[in-house]
Design a protein. Structure first.
Lengths: 301, 423
């Protein structure tokens, strides 16, 4: 091994920073989509690194479904204060109140689908021409086809069969007025890469990712947290369990896993040994085999 | 996925491409690599098992793992480049899995553009076919540094050493005319796992390593050009606050060479010279920068530098010209136009170009040059002469894949219509 050795995490970091700088140089008004989840936290960390010692040259956008874990919101606000971030919150509740979307009914009701309208409205309102997302290709089969620079038409739609090829490090940012791009700097990272990076850089993450006691119930093989946002069926019984979350979305659709992992190191061990995919606990993906592709075409994250 | 055994900071990244057609066992091979390295999750496995049964097929169709789009699953073909990820304690791997048929040449080119290594598969029963040659040509045109020829389905030829040697000899003769530095030959059976992850017990005459061992150990640190220093400026960082009042740093990725603080450098296009004050990655100062690092560079003199400029060494300059010879692969339904005008992207620059002349078309199956046929359609290769509106600072693609590559964009449709390698 010679002295010009570069580890895979360093190479991924370098690639992501390159993408973030490239998009920031090529677009007039970018925004970083921020969920408070680990991927968006790594993306934010990389974005701040890319422009150090200058402040982040774009705002961060949180789509607030109103069904968030309170821990995520508290964490978000702490971060915004700490790094002087420019936070924009777009609210799904507001979209419902304005009649832009209609709340789903029944026990499987979720605001996951409604977010897309709120997001596209925010992109139009603030005239964003590029939105950074923390999606990774290893997460889901439709996301595996994503480009780093992913074109969206004037309706915010994705056309997976007609994507621009991406070669070398050259990105085509051309678009017509009203269209925008989604930019995915973490495309080549895997779940394990994210955790190794969080561990090695000591990145602060919400406590939901670590093992804690929580009242949960089982639905179709997935453990859901009991909350005001979900209605239990008559045969569903909740009990206190030792759990953590592998992904953080809405309380209504994000499954917990039984876990004792209390540190990032223990999480890495756990994931390395795990035999179920990360989004296996996401109800929003389970609606059909192509649930993600269908939502993405409409303009989902 | 059992990568905890070694230090995470020793793991390298290897990007490789696989090209193949429906029946040559490519999907089985990738499935085998993922499955044997425990990179497929149980629920993913169950889901493709279900999907296989739904299609009325027996067993588990591992191709469904890589074919992610609804249309691909329905039609049973890979349309696009599919990226797959797996890791062993030694390395993390990114597979750019591309369809092998001639109508998908542009997808193969896309997958090959970022790869350190190409796997070319041949069926031991058929030997070297037209498509084997095509895949190898593409790997050589795109200058993929390493190539592994996997002679697959050895189980169907009784694991014959004679057949392996014959195919190896045929391929040697054919590839001698191409510029590929490192070729390895591995007899495998993707279906049964011979020489894929573990050495085969059916071919004791083969003394080489298994495919996975090669992927884990092939030397890739020197794939980058460490001689000709090139730093295209991507972004200028100016904090504009009291603490960093006069701070001005140039952000970008080192594409070639090694830069150190104190080095005398020249800025293009102004050709002004200065020295490097420091090189940083965020708040950390580093003693040297080499590819593919993303860094920020501070210089000792206040020179006007912006995006699209390039920082190089004074005595080692790239070519500066508006007239450029390019090998282009055409990506679009609308043919390449002689005298046509396009936008190109090159390093961090964007300029207008006109295609002055189409010199010849290349038959991708034979590498034969045709100077009479100037109708360059989708998936075809041609040598062209272009003139740019402003000078580019470039190197030959074979010396530097980054300063030697360009993409063509059609201004009317905004589509990426071609990929070019500077000759």
């Amino acid at each position: 091994m010679n002295s010009y050795h570069f580890s895979h995490l360093e190479e991924l970091e370098s690639e992501s920073i390159f993408i973030i700088r490239e998009a920031t140089a090529l677009f007039e008004n970018p925004v970083l989509m921020f969920s408070g989840g680990k991927d968006s936290l790594v993306m934010l960390h990389l974005a701040m690194k890319a422009f150090y010692p200058a402040r982040l040259p774009f705002p961060i956008l949180h789509i607030d479904t109103g069904h968030n874990f309170i821990e995520t919101l508290n964490f978000r606000d702490k971060l915004v204060a700490q790094y002087h971030l420019n936070l924009i919150v777009a609210s799904v509740q507001e979209s419902i109140d304005k009649g832009r979307v209609k709340e789903e009914k029944g026990v499987y009701a979720s605001r996951n689908y409604l977010q897309t309208v709120t997001l596209l409205d925010a992109i139009e309102k603030y005239k964003f021409d590029a939105a950074f997302g923390g999606a990774r290709r290893d997460e889901e089969k439709a996301r595996a086809k994503e480009r780093f620079f992913s074109h969206r038409d004037e309706f915010g739609q994705w056309d997976p069969k007609n994507q621009r090829p991406e070669l070398w490090q050259l990105f085509n940012n051309k678009k017509n007025i009203g269209e925008h791009f989604r930019v995915f700097p973490l495309s080549n990272w895997t779940e394990l890469d994210i955790w190794h990076y969080i561990h090695s850089k000591n990145i602060d993450i919400p406590c939901l990712y670590f093992s804690h006691k929580r009242e949960c119930f089982e639905r179709d093989g997935v453990l859901l947290a009991k909350s005001d946002f979900v209605t239990l069926k008559p045969d569903e019984k909740s009990e206190i369990m030792q759990v953590r979350f592998r992904t953080i979305g809405d309380m209504s659709c994000t499954g917990a896993t039984l876990s004792e992992a209390k540190t990032t190191e223990e999480i890495i061990m756990e994931i390395a040994a795990m035999r179920i995919a990360e989004r296996g606990g996401r109800f929003d993906d389970k609606r059909s085999d192509t649930a993600m592709e269908d939502r993405k075409k409409e303009g989902y994250f | 996925m059992n990568q905890e055994a070694t230090d995470i900071n020793d793991m390298q990244l290897l990007r490789f491409t696989t090209a193949g057609s429906v029946d040559d066992g490519k999907s089985t091979l990738i499935g085998r690599l993922l499955y044997d390295s425990r990179s497929i999750f149980e629920d993913q496995y169950e889901s493709i098992k279900k999907a296989t049964q739904k299609k009325g097929e027996a067993g588990v169709n591992l191709a469904l793992l890589t074919d992610g789009l609804k249309a691909e699953r329905e039609q049973g073909i890979t349309i696009d480049v599919a990226y797959r990820y797996f890791a062993t304690p030694q390395r993390k791997f990114i597979i750019a899995d591309t369809p092998g048929h001639i109508q998908y040449t542009r997808n193969m080119v896309t997958g090959a553009s970022g790869a350190n290594l190409a796997i070319v598969l041949v069926d031991a029963r058929n030997g070297i076919l037209e498509q084997t040659k095509r895949h190898t040509f593409i790997a050589s045109l795109l200058k993929i540094p390493h190539l592994i020829l996997c002679i697959n389905k050895m189980d169907l030829v009784d694991y014959s050493e004679k057949i392996y040697n014959q195919i190896k000899k045929d391929f040697c003769n054919f590839s001698a005319k191409l510029e590929i530095n490192d070729i390895q030959y591995i007899p495998i059976s993707a279906l049964h796992g011979d020489n894929v992850v573990k050495p085969s017990t059916n071919m004791n005459w083969y003394k080489g390593a298994s495919l996975l061992y090669c992927l884990e150990n092939i030397h890739i640190s020197s794939d980058f050009n460490l001689i000709d220093c090139r730093f295209p400026v991507q972004y200028v960082i100016r904090p504009n606050n009291d603490k960093y009042h006069d701070f001005r740093a140039y952000a970008g990725r080192i594409t070639a060479g090694v830069f150190k603080p104190g080095d005398k450098v020249m800025v293009l296009p102004s050709k002004l010279t200065t020295t490097i004050k420091s090189i940083e990655i965020a708040d950390k100062t580093i003693s040297e920068a080499f590819p593919p690092m993303s860094v920020t560079m501070l210089l000792n003199d206040n020179i006007d530098i912006g995006r699209g400029d390039m920082i190089v060494r004074e005595n080692n300059c790239p070519t500066i010209s508006q007239n450029i010879e390019v090998m282009v692969c055409w990506f679009n339904e609308n043919p390449l136009q002689e005298n046509g005008r396009y936008i190109i992207k090159h390093t961090t620059k964007e300029v207008k170009v006109v295609v002055k002349e189409i010199r010849y078309k290349i038959d991708i199956n034979t590498l034969h040059r045709n100077e009479k046929d100037k109708n360059i359609k989708i998936n075809e290769f041609a040598r062209i002469h272009i003139r740019t509106a402003k000078p580019l600072f470039f190197d030959k693609y074979k010396l530097n894949r980054s300063t030697g590559s360009i993409i063509f964009i059609d201004e009317k449709t905004n589509e990426t219509v071609g990929a070019g390698m500077i000759l």
